[in-house]
Ligand binder design. Structure first.
Ligand code: AMP
Ligand code: MG
Length: 419
């Protein structure tokens, strides 16, 4: 990052397009975190720092997929029923000692190792047992109801890749190949400030003309949802010297700094100049709505994100831009962009175009079973309750200026964000 020049993004009067900004961010962000070994017990949502190659087969032996009777296919009559001698029980975890004998049916249970010489299993519902005789019908396929050694994971296969985030299924797969310790990236250390003379912590009172801080709580919890180690650094007054000192100090112990507010061009917006005096701003004016002023830069050598002050704008820009930065710096290598789903518009909309725009919407199932996005009535980017009462964001491309009820639109569900 530190090698970047000030002009790597279009600054000045031109608004930077959303896709261009993300493309540039992809080029200049890379993992900044060290590696540590941890137990899979505490690996949820951590990020793998190594490729994982299995040194064994899963399952490690052929085994029965059902409760039934294991036979040798060669013993079966092709045209009619076959009678076999009932042999001993083989239960899961207790393999037969020695090999199966021809002409016998072994009572076997799900997960039990197939005896050597047996290759096919009849389900118990399909056989007739009388004393020590088992009668089986014709027509079964060779290998029926048998799970093969290595059919899940073959020895030598790369099962997981560096940069993958560990969900329950990845952790289960690690356990299934016998791994209990893995290398992951250390958690990204992120600090969060709010800014503004009018912003007060909800643990006390807010004097006349002031409001409670919402952004620190949405941002901190969004970061925790992405697996970061977060430091809450409170609220900064609108004073450039204070802001500069606090940012400089924060840069030492953290991998990434977040602020919200103070990033536009008002007289009391000091973030941009404070950051520039300590490092660089790469962009701060994007062609997006809401949230046009969002800054990305660095304070000393530490990456910096300045979110807009309006609580909805802060959340939307976090979801669509800051999240990408966080995951890239954290070491995630693929699937970083949240997936957008095509749903029907339950609304009419028109805009001048030219900006990527996000509309808060609730998904509802229409009479025909299709999903429709219905816009939240209040549009202001200070209306945080709109985020609570929406299921996600309709994303509108720069070229799109007119949407009619029933058109297909892109929808980003909020529950895509922390996965
Ligand atoms: P600013 O970008 O500082 O001009 O702030 C834009 C708007 O967002 C103003 O109405 C601020 O009062 C509001 N705002 C800024 N920071 C916060 C915050 N942490 N929580 C709630 N509202 C905020
Ligand atoms: Mg402010």
């Amino acid at each position: 990052m530190s090698q970047l020049k000030n002009d790597c993004f279009a600054l000045g009067t031109n608004l930077v397009k959303f896709d261009y900004a993300l493309g540039e961010l992809e080029k200049i962000t890379k993992p900044v975190v060290d590696v540590e070994k941890i137990s899979i017990d505490s690996a949820l949502m951590r990020i793998l720092a190594e490729d994982i190659i299995s040194d064994r087969n899963v399952p490690p032996h052929n085994n029965s997929a059902v409760d039934g009777y294991a036979v040798s296919y060669d013993d079966l009559s092709e045209s009619g029923e076959t009678s076999l001698l009932l042999a001993e029980h083989i239960t899961a975890g207790h393999p037969l000692v020695g090999s199966a004998m021809r002409g016998k049916a072994y009572r076997i249970f799900t997960g039990a190792k197939m005896p050597i010489g047996s290759d096919t299993v009849f389900m118990q519902e399909d056989v007739f047992v009388d004393e020590n005789k088992v009668t089986v019908p014709a027509g079964i396929n060779l290998g029926a109801n048998r799970r093969l050694l290595g059919e899940d994971v073959a020895e030598g296969t790369t099962i997981l890749k560096r940069g993958q985030r560990l969900r329950p299924q990845e952790i289960g797969l690690l356990a299934s190949v016998g791994l209990s310790e893995i290398s992951v990236y250390k958690k990204l250390r992120v600090c969060v400030f709010s800014t503004g003379d009018e912003i007060y912590d909800p643990s006390g009172d807010a004097p006349d003309g002031c409001i409670f801080d919402a952004n620190r709580f949405t941002v901190i919890n969004s970061l925790r949802g992405l697996g970061c180690q977060v430091t809450d650094l409170g609220i900064l007054k609108d004073d450039e010297q204070t802001i500069r000192n606090s940012l400089e100090e924060a840069a030492v112990e953290h991998d990434l700094i977040f602020t919200s507010g103070g990033v536009s061009v008002g007289d009391e917006d000091h973030i941009k100049s404070a950051v520039e005096s300590l490092g660089n701003i790469y962009f701060w004016r994007l062609a997006i709505k809401p949230g046009r002023p969002i800054a990305f830069g660095q304070v000393l050598k530490t990456p910096f994100v300045g979110l807009p002050g309006n609580p909805v704008a802060a959340m939307v820009t976090f979801i669509r831009i800051a999240r990408f930065i966080v995951l890239r710096l954290s070491g995630v290598s693929d699937d970083i962009h949240p997936k957008l789903y095509r749903v029907f518009a339950g609304f009419d909309f028109s805009s001048r175009g030219g900006r990527r725009e996000w509309l808060r919407a609730q998904l509802k199932v229409g009479n025909n079973g299709d999903l429709y996005a219905h816009l939240f009535p209040a549009k202001g980017s200070g209306i945080l309750s709109s985020m609570v009462n929406s299921s996600g964001l309709v994303e509108i491309g720069e070229e799109m200026s007119q949407i009619r009820n029933g058109d297909l639109v892109n929808f980003l569900p909020f529950n895509e964000i922390y996965t």
